[in-house]
Design a protein around this ligand. Sequence first.
Ligand SMILES: *Cc1c(COP(=O)(O)O)cnc(C)c1O
Length: 395
Amino acid sequence: MNQDESGWGLATRAIRVGHRRTAEGEHAEPIFPTSSFVFGSAAEAAARFSGDEPGNIYSRFTNPTVRTFEQRLASMEGGEACVGTASGMAAILAACMGLLQAGDHIVSSRSIFGTTTVLFTKYLARFGIDTSFVSMTVPGEWERALRPQTRLLFLETPSNPLTEVADIRAMAELAHRNDCLLVVDNCFCTPALQRPLELGADLVVHSATKYLDGQGRCVGGAVVGDAKRVGEDVFGVLRTAGPTMSPFNAWVFLKGLETLKLRMTAHSESALHLARWLQQQPAVERVFHPGLESHPQHELAMRQQRLGGGLLSFQVQGGRDAAWKLIDTTRLLSITANLGDAKSTITHPATTTHGRLSDQERAASGITSGLIRIAVGLEDLEDIQRDLEAGLGRV
Ligand SMILES: *Cc1c(COP(=O)(O)O)cnc(C)c1O
């Protein structure tokens, strides 16, 4: 970042950082769909490969469009380095491969993305990395799960679908007191609302597929953190194993970042309005959104993440049948598990995202059969409300 950039606000960074105009004078960021790069001489090729001279070699290593995305997101998160990845899962895998080795132990929040749980329990376990799962909001559980081999604490805040909030600063202190790293999946807030590195977290991982894209177009991810761990250790995994971000996807995400702050504000405001309205509906038993005063970590959330975010969930009377009936009555909301899109989506967690859990596990996670999750999009709030009103009338 040059001198000017360090003083820029988030929206300016999201629009301006990382673009070096080519000799063509283009205004929008260029896409470089090339697998390799040409050298001026045999000596230059040798210097690039040996690392004596910086520069592009091959797009599995670096690509100018991907680099622009990485510099921009690093600046927005307040990190020294960022690497773009082929998906959010590739980001989490690359972070674990770059930081851990056989014999190491992870303590993770139980309320994380389902596929991340599978990655930890089924795949990392095969390579000798053990994971213990704890309740995210009970610090004592984290403390009790620590072992001499624990290297990494992993969490996602706010959680999905119940929007529980972890105290990132307290978790970072706990991690550092015990010689561990704190990794935060910042998918739901994005740097527009929450910057975990500024609160002491060591690494941030992203599924760019969600709000960073913002219009449900591309799959991608990122890891952000310090120059050594991310710029060398995680980058080394990507360069070697290859789950790197494509230049086209990086360009789409760059366009997404430009409107991120505006969108996150709009998603959050609509979600809070809708949450308040749902609280007043007779068929609704409970509503979960960090912006509600009734949310157990409301004050922490407002301090830590500026706004409540676009995700809410609510519990209807009548269990699964009532929830399904409501979902099937909606015409505007899309029945899909994706989120972070301009299009609002509606999901029944107990039979989809959390369907593989046993009844006991589901009860422990608080996923009741009447629970419905909405990722509030950018349509007119009145239209979303009218769509739900029809369904609530039939519950
Ligand atoms: C979707 C998601 C992921 C995985 O990202 P992909 O881009 O689908 O691989 C990881 N964490 C969270 C919180 C997610 O919502």
